[in-house]
Ligand binder design. Structure first.
Ligand code: F6P
Length: 503
């Protein structure tokens, strides 16, 4: 069928009835190869999804009509892709893969960041042994993921990440730290976020109470609004700026990654960027289903648009990647949880599903029951690492991987039984992402893959992944609670809760 427009392509995708997964493998010895890709030492396997050649044809038509390749080229060219805010999205420039002028600016900022890392390491801030990283959302999740994944054995600064405004989080993050040897890194793109500024106030108080003579002097601010950080009282020599075009959830590559560089060393930070750049180059130069970001989006969209799946599960079979689902929740849901198109019209189809997940094998004993036998089929993504670095006998890691692969096989094969309670319907899809090893380079490539996949999904859906107006109303209402007049306008249930809590 010739695909005439997006509507026709969507219709073909929505109404298509593929064979069962096990049937797709029958008599097709090439399926694994055709639906697997190797990029940047990461192996991706989509063969256990329902994608087949007909679907690939329909999706290729959709990608053509939605001009995915043109949109991708605009992203890398530094053109405006965030139409509602009239901005480019320059995170690729942080990896040296954007427009030359943006790359140059990013490199200059990295040079400043590096000097600061050198200065801290060289003792310019005294005997610093710990970093209190304060930030929330995109100003915390990326650094937290990378440091948790790669910083375990690093004999460097201890980094604690503080996001929540809850004082319990503050107490936990500062527990056991010596204020005199702790450097505070306050990260906020806008430098207006209530949680971050309140936590920064609390951190300054914590330093002051411990007798630190110049608490502000022990703070570094990372922001796209340097004037606001200076107005807050941070000396401009300790304000690291980053560009307005770098979205919060795409920002770990910028100065926002200062804590990463401190935790892992500058060399590791550069390798992280280089791994991301390798994925960028693949995405930039590869068209159609050979492009892993686009192929991933094809599979994602089959499940949301055809099977109407409302969630997707991501399970890291590697303890070091335990924060990956949290990170992806923001990346995918804040980017693509939209109900308007980029042109401001109502979106007539499901946008992003709920991203959720956990760690294998723990999750097998908690939530996999529903994945195997629940009434809704949820596409699952397994992320695993071939080479282990733990202290145990390699057999331990082999068992971990065997469990991971067995789950994918069982979801697909199912099992018929007379006793329905013991039967598995099977035909449940999974994708496997297999890293050869977990190091800064491969993690950089993996995260960049998820960014590009999110972008590809957005382009095919016709939405803007780079704004997040949906988070504003709750913030506004929280501010209204401070004002008695604002409270009067609230609904009775909320007013009652406020009264009960004595606010
Ligand atoms: O409220 C959502 C959000 O704006 C995210 O997009 C962002 O990552 C987070 O808050 C933190 O914002 P900021 O970096 O400006 O403090």
């Amino acid at each position: 069928m010739a695909i005439l427009d997006c509507k026709a392509a969507w219709k073909a995708i929505e109404t298509y009835r593929p064979k069962r997964l096990t049937e797709l493998f029958e008599g097709d010895g090439g399926r694994v190869n055709r639906f697997s890709r190797d990029v940047a030492a990461i192996h991706f396997d989509w063969s256990k999804t329902h994608l087949d050649d007909d679907l690939l044809g329909s999706f290729a038509g959709l990608a053509y009509m939605a001009d995915y390749h043109g949109a991708r080229d605009c992203l890398f060219a530094g053109d405006i892709v965030n139409f509602s805010e009239n901005r480019p999205a320059t995170h690729v420039a942080e990896r040296g893969q954007g427009k030359p002028e943006d790359n140059r600016l990013a490199a200059e900022r990295h040079a400043r960041m590096r000097s600061l890392v050198d200065a801290i390491e060289g003792g310019a801030f005294g005997e610093i042994d710990s970093i209190l990283h304060i930030g929330i959302g995109g100003s915390a999740l990326g650094p937290d993921l990378v440091i948790d994944a790669l910083g375990r054995d690093a004999d460097r600064f201890e980094v604690r990440v503080l996001a929540n405004i809850d004082g319990e989080a503050f107490d936990e993050a500062t527990w056991g730290l010596d204020p005199a040897s702790t450097l505070v890194v306050a990260v906020s793109k806008t430098f207006t976020t209530t949680e971050t500024l309140s936590n920064l106030d609390a951190a300054l108080e914590w330093l002051r109470e411990a007798g630190v003579a110049d608490p502000h002097g022990q703070v570094i601010a990372v922001t796209a609004a340097p004037d606001k950080a200076v107005a807050y009282g941070i000396d401009e020599t300790r304000v690291l700026p980053f560009g307005e075009g770098v979205g919060g959830r795409y920002s770990l590559w910028s100065s926002v990654g200062l804590s990463i560089a401190l935790a892992l060393g500058w060399g590791a930070f550069e390798e992280l960027l280089e791994g991301a750049a390798e994925m960028d180059r693949h995405v930039k130069l590869t068209d159609g289903a050979a492009n892993v970001a686009l192929l991933a989006a094809f599979a994602d969209l089959f499940y949301t648009q055809n099977r109407r799946s409302q969630s997707r599960g991501v399970f890291a079979y590697d303890e070091r990647l335990r924060l990956l689902p949290d990170y992806l929740q923001q990346l995918e849901m804040e980017s693509n949880g939209k109900s308007v198109t980029g042109e401001g019209k109502p979106l007539r189809r499901p946008s992003a599903p709920v991203t959720w997940g956990g760690v294998g094998t723990d999750a097998q004993h908690a939530v996999f029951q529903l994945l195997h036998q629940g009434t809704t089929a949820i596409p699952v993504e397994f992320v695993a690492v071939i080479e282990n670095e733990d202290s145990l006998d390699p057999r331990h890691h082999q068992l971990l991987l065997a469990n991971c692969f067995a789950q994918g096989a069982a979801l697909m094969a199912g099992r018929e039984q007379q006793d329905l309670a013991r039967a598995y319907p099977g035909d449940r899809a999974s994708t496997t992402v297999l890293l050869q090893r977990l190091d800064p380079r491969s993690l950089g490539a993996l995260i960049a893959f998820y960014e590009h996949r999110t972008f590809a999904n957005a382009v095919l859906l016709g939405i803007n992944p780079f704004d997040q107006f949906g988070v504003e109303l709750g913030k506004e209402m929280a501010r209204a609670l401070d004002d008695p007049k604002g409270r009067e306008k609230l609904d009775p249930s909320t007013r009652n809760l406020i009264e009960r809590a004595g606010l």
